[in-house]
Design a protein around this ligand. Structure first.
Ligand code: TYD
Length: 130
């Protein structure tokens, strides 16, 4: 349903450096990034799947809970480690819940923003899988 990609973490007295070599981590090129901030624990986000766009999410600060659903099974993952990237693949319904007040969620995407690539109706999502 999703993968947890481990990023390289270099810890030193001067601070922590976390790095992702995209050619090694991802079998596609990144075309876009966006990040979510000023989030509210009572206002979950997402509630969609994509037809084509492939994404990875990294929680840069704080925490949130990712909910994944492939139409048959549901899984949750607590995002709280800066050195982890979580894959969000096409035809995976995903929601982000329980944002900590300091949460910053970075998302890297394989495609430019295109509203027609979104499946925002859960019943349409289920129909797409049959
Ligand atoms: P939306 O995808 O609905 O956010 P979420 O699923 O996290 O709740 O996006 C919110 C708004 O921002 C919506 O009007 C579309 C716009 N948007 C862009 O213009 N470009 C982007 O890359 C993204 C992700 C959203």
């Amino acid at each position: 349903m999703f993968e947890v990609l481990k990023l390289k973490k270099v810890t030193a007295d001067r601070g922590t450096l976390i790095v992702g070599e995209l050619d090694e981590l991802l079998p596609y090129q990144i075309k876009r990034f966006y990040y979510l901030t000023n989030l509210d624990s009572d206002l979950p986000r997402g509630f969609h799947a994509h037809y084509e766009c492939r994404q990875v999410a990294i929680c840069l600060q704080g925490s949130c809970v990712m909910h994944f659903d492939d139409g048959k099974n549901k899984q949750e993952y607590l995002m709280s480690k800066k050195e982890e990237a979580i894959t969000i693949e096409p035809y995976i319904w995903h929601e982000m819940h329980n944002f900590s007040s300091d949460c910053i969620l970075l998302v890297l995407a394989s495609h430019q923003y295109d509203e027609s690539d979104y499946i925002r109706d859960y019943n349409v999502f289920l129909e797409c899988l049959t």
